[in-house]
Design a binder for this molecule. Structure first.
Ligand code: PLP
Length: 445
């Protein structure tokens, strides 16, 4: 019996200790953290540099409310975040998580429109599938029906366009025509809605849990930027999961050299050590909002020195240990291993992602038909792997109701030997899963 509750009645063993990519429960069983928690523990667990920085900060001041004090840690972290962002995005607003980041970005965009005398702009276009957070604002731009549907009557409907899932639509993601095809959906939707009513477009540059590490087709990101510019629409990059080096560049959008107007960052920014996130915005957006009466928004823990001290140490560790470069290199190795598993298990219909933001999906390669829903493969493989001491992360691919994809995203400190260890456990888990699945189900997939 536990008094705690989360989404379901699922209970897990108690965590005893953590180190690097490994976690141990109180029985002494060891797990490889093959998903960095929820793609958050990017620099691995129990990093001594971060623990030291937090301890030092705790010995001086643990909390200083932003209306009462500036703190050195928050000033320094804002400086570092702005330095990592593209030129022109120099203002930083701290939050405590990903939903707070996207929610804050939406409100900042709206206040900017008001400051510009464009009160009719309020619609934020997003994609399906997508995940931008659990609070009602962030959820209104989320395209994942199992999570949004119960709350539909409580939210303002926001326009959605399809995410560019070329692999499901039978298109070649390397053909520039494919990128243009999907980007055109944005322009068409803007025109349908009335461009003067559209405030922003929010997009995960490399998809997270909802798409399973979807990489946009060639030319898509650049064309999206042009379309937003043409209609005076703000481009918000939700880098909550993809930011922080995981894809092999600090921001995933750096792969395409596209500069957004606002960036949302969290997860790997605090590395799982503290609840931390940030909105990084174009200087003139923030100046206009501040000049027009101020940003009417904020959360109590914003910019607290303990979180910021940890965040600074996380950034130091990423830079000094070359973890972004390691994510690119180890990501290539892990992706090759996943492709090898695809050769071995015909059930794996797609392997995708960038750096260490990687996923594979179960489906028939020729017909794209997923496994029967009642097999609950998304759940079952995760449980089998967990039993074998490997943590991976899954979601349902098709509208959230069928299809199964699995994110394999170990911490960015992972070594080649540890990837071998991880892949061996995954291979074993896939073999066990195959033994459980009736042949008829495999034939129908
Ligand atoms: N945006 C993206 C892309 C995410 O992946 C997530 C969480 O998975 C969020 C926003 C919400 O973050 P949080 O769960 O920290 O509120």
């Amino acid at each position: 019996m536990t008094r705690l509750f989360y989404q379901s009645r699922l209970t897990r063993p108690q965590l005893a200790r953590t180190d690097g990519i490994y976690m141990w429960d109180v029985t002494g069983k060891r797990y490889i953290d093959g998903s960095s928690g929820a793609m958050v523990s990017n620099i691995g667990h129990s990093n001594p540099r971060v623990l030291d920085a937090m301890k030092r900060q705790m010995e001086t001041a643990t909390f200083g409310y932003r209306l009462h004090f500036q703190t050195e840690a928050s000033e320094m972290l804002a400086e570092r975040a702005a330095a990592l962002a593209p030129d022109g995005l120099g203002r930083v607003f701290f939050v405590s998580g990903g939903s707070e980041a996207t929610e804050s970005a939406m409100k900042l965009a709206r206040q900017y429109a008001l400051a510009q005398g464009k009160a009719q702009r309020y619609k934020i276009i997003s994609r399906t599938p997508s995940y931008h957070g659990a609070t009602l604002g962030a959820l209104s731009v989320t395209g994942y029906a199992p999570m949004t549907a119960p709350f539909d009557p409580m939210m303002h409907p926001m326009p959605k366009i399809p995410a560019p899932r070329a692999y499901l639509d039978g298109l070649d993601a390397d053909d520039p025509a494919t990128g243009l095809y999907y980007a055109q959906m944005l322009e068409d939707r803007i025109l349908d809605e009335g461009p003067e009513t559209v405030l922003a477009f929010i997009v995960e540059p490399v998809g997270g849990a909802s798409t399973g590490a979807l990489v946009p087709p060639v030319g898509y990101m650049q064309r999206i930027r042009q379309i937003c510019d043409h209609y005076g629409i703000l481009l918000i990059h939700d880098e909550v999961m993809s930011g922080g080096g995981r894809t092999g560049r600090f921001f995933a959008a750096d792969h395409w050299e596209v500069v957004p107007d606002i960036i949302c960052l969290s997860k790997g920014f605090g590395g799982g050590y503290v609840p931390l996130g940030a909105v990084i915005a174009r200087d003139d957006i923030v100046e206009d909002v501040l000049d027009s009466g101020g940003f009417i928004h904020g959360h109590t823990y914003a910019g607290n020195p303990l979180a910021c001290a940890a965040g600074l140490a996380v950034l130091d560790e990423i830079a000094d240990a070359g973890l972004t470069e390691n994510a690119a290199h180890m990501g290539d190795i892990l992706k090759k291993c996943l492709r090898d598993l695809m050769q071995k298990y015909s059930l794996i219909g797609d392997v995708r992602g960038k750096g260490l933001l990687l996923a594979f999906e179960f489906m028939d390669r020729a017909t794209k038909v997923p496994l029967p829903v009642d097999i609950k493969a998304f759940d079952r493989l995760v449980e089998i792997a967990y039993g074998n001491g490997l943590i991976i992360y899954s979601r349902r691919t098709r509208g959230g109701f069928s299809g199964d994809h699995f994110l394999v995203c170990p911490p960015m400190i992972v070594t080649e030997a540890q990837i071998e260890e991880l892949v061996a456990l995954l291979d074993q888990s896939l073999a066990q899963f195959m033994d459980e699945v009736p042949d008829s189900a495999l034939r129908s997939a």
